[in-house]
Structures are given as C-alpha cells and as structure tokens.
Write a protein that binds this ligand. Structure first.
Ligand code: TXA
Ligand code: MG
Length: 325
C-alpha cells in the first residue's frame, strides 16, 4: 500500500517478509539489486535489524529521528535479502509523518518502502502522483496531502565506522556535521556528481544510464552566477525551436518577464527559501509532462543546505546535461 511520509510518498510492505517485498519491486519496475529502506515507529525496533549501533548513530537518531534521515547499519541475520539487495547492510529510517507512524505501529513490523513512483520517474509528493504512476498496481493509497519536505531522506552509512553521506536529502550535510562535530565525507558516487572538478560535472550528452527522477521532456540545467545564467537563458529561449519550459527561482522569473511569452514558466520558490524549492521540485517536473513541453530549461542553485539535495535530483533528472556559464 502507498502512504504519505514527510519526505515523499512510500510504497510499503512487510519488511520481514521477502515475498511481500518482492511485490514492491514488481509494482515499481525496480531493479532487484537496489535495496530498500526499512521504516520503524520506535527505536526499540532497531535492535532486530542492526547488528551494531555505533555511538554516532545514537547521536544522529537523538537529534533527527523521527525525520528525514536514513541510517545504514550492519544487518542482523533476520533481515530478508530481498530488502537489502543481497548486501550485508540495512537502511533504516523513522519517519515523522503521523500517518506513516500510525501505519507502521499498527503493522507491528518494520515497513519496507521505496518512493511510490514508477522506477525512473520523479518521486511522488502528492497522492495524485502515486495514482498516475501505480494505478492498478497497488491495492490502496492513503492520501495525506502534499509531502512537506518534498525530497527523499538523507542516507548516511554508519556501517564502516566513519559516517559517509550516500544520498543528500531532507537533512543537510552541514546539519549532520554540526551535530556530530566532525566532517562527514561524501560517497564517491555522490561526490563525483556534485564536485565541480569532477568529470561527471561537465556538460555531457544524456545517457539513459543516468536518467532518474525524470520528466518526459528533455531537461537542461544552466549553472553559474545569476546574471550570466539570465543571459544564457535569454539566448536559449530565442534560439530554441522547441516547446519550452522554464524552472527557476522567483527572482529569475521576474528578471526575465518580458522574454517569457511563449514559455511555460514554473517558479521553484524564492531564492532565500530552499525548503519551498525542495518541496515543489518533483511536483513541477511532473507538471511539465501534462503540458507536452519538449525542453525544460532549469536554473542551477547554490549547493549549500538543501540545495545539495535539490541539485543532486535535478542533475540526475537532466541526465547531467548542464551548461556552466
Ligand atoms: O525519504 C525516503 O527515504 C523515502 C520515503 C518513502 O521514506 N524512501 C525512499 O526510498 O527514497 P528509495 O527506495 O526510493 O531510496 C532508497 C535509497 C536508495 O538510493 C538505495 O540505494 C539506498 O536508499 N539504500 C537502501 N538500502 C541501502 C543499503 N543497505 N546500503 C546503501 N544504500 C541503501
Ligand atoms: Mg526512489
């Protein structure tokens, strides 16, 4: 069944039952080697899942649970391999959404739940998105209104001793570092996509291999200093023969006003309000699909705070098609 969480909607099944978990992969069309997060309603449930709970995990749990933080531990033997994709680690999160909490508590088991989208699509932040992707494939959807955070949980690996950021999300790396009083390193996979000196950061042609969170339209991100981004956007708007969409901050949209007549414009949020931008990102990407837009131009955002997670999703959605100005 699909249910709301504070991050995005999840598609849940009994996390201790391998056969139930398999049905999640089928409904989503998800590759079976991509492991799932187990959702719990109280810290006591962690003992049966994690072999060892390091002190740093305790600190993070005390500070951020319930909330948008997933921790990866060495797994206990009882955790089905369908959940972990055959890994010897397990990802666990305690969501704060009252409906998610009530559902998990009532089910008396850890609930395995990926985002409730078809594999490759933007994660659902409204029940309507789940219906669009999974109608006929799931028995029930609980509609809890719009997801508050709008972007998935932050995933931190604590299974090796040192905390490593595997996926930026609803809790920023700055908050993690401040809480732990130490540097949290980024997994090579994350860093290579967000480090400005890395290969993958440079403009490249979109490869299916890298497309996730994707709208149907092609997506191109313009990153750089605002005024230069503005100039580049104007050029692209005038040059392109395609049906265009623009995904940008309120400030950018206002500064472009007179150039925008034929363009479908979606405002991510005010530049100062990254929470608003995170909350609207996936919904707006899906809205472009309803309008048969062919090419979406997106304004790049600074990488601090939740900006790191927003840009991580946007870059994946773009298949790393980026123009750096
Ligand atoms: O906010 C969220 O985390 C949402 C809501 C529904 O809770 N769930 C979600 O699940 O985003 P999903 O399956 O879409 O993403 C789970 C991420 C994947 O990137 C997966 O590879 C990673 O967590 N993951 C799960 N188990 C792992 C493990 N044992 N080791 C490393 N990464 C793991
Ligand atoms: Mg997902």
């Amino acid at each position: 069944m699909a249910f709301p969480t504070e991050t995005v909607y999840g598609l849940g099944a009994n996390g201790m039952d391998g056969e139930a978990v398999k049905k999640i992969y089928t409904a989503k069309g998800r590759p079976s080697d991509n492991p799932l997060i187990l959702h719990i309603a109280n810290e006591g449930s962690l003992e049966q899942l994690a072999l060892h709970i390091p002190v740093q995990a305790r600190i993070l749990m005390d500070t951020f649970w319930p909330g948008p933080l997933t921790l990866v531990f060495q797994k206990q033997r009882g955790v089905p391999e369908q959940v972990t994709g055959g890994l010897d680690t397990v990802a666990v999160r305690m969501p704060s959404h009252p409906i998610a909490q009530a559902l998990i508590a009532a089910s008396h088991v850890p609930v395995a739940a990926p985002s409730a989208n078809r594999s490759g699509r933007p994660s659902p932040t409204l029940a309507q998105h789940v219906i669009r992707d999974l109608e006929g494939r799931v028995e029930m959807i609980i509609d809890g209104g719009p997801a508050e955070v709008g972007i998935e949980s932050t995933v931190v690996d604590l299974s090796t001793g040192e905390p490593v950021l595997l996926r930026p999300g609803g809790i920023s790396i700055e908050e993690l570092q401040e809480t732990l009083g130490m540097t949290v390193s980024m997994d090579a996979g994350v860093a290579s996509r967000i480090d400005e000196s890395a290969e993958e950061y440079k403009p490249r042609s979109p490869g299916m291999k890298y497309r996730h969170y994707s709208p149907e339209a092609e997506l191109l991100i313009i990153e750089g200093e605002s005024e230069q981004v503005r100039v580049q956007l104007i050029e692209l708007i005038h040059m392109s023969g395609k049906k265009l969409g623009l995904l940008a901050t309120r400030e950018m949209v206002e500064s472009l006003a007179s150039e925008l007549a034929p363009v479908s414009v979606k405002v991510l949020g005010k530049r100062a309000d990254i929470n608003e931008m995170a909350a609207s990102l996936f919904r707006l990407l899906r809205e472009f699909d309803e309008e048969d837009v062919e090419l979406i131009l997106a304004e790049g955002l600074p990488l601090h705070g939740l900006g790191l997670a927003v840009m991580n999703r946007l870059r994946k959605a773009a298949g790393y098609q980026i123009i750096q100005v």
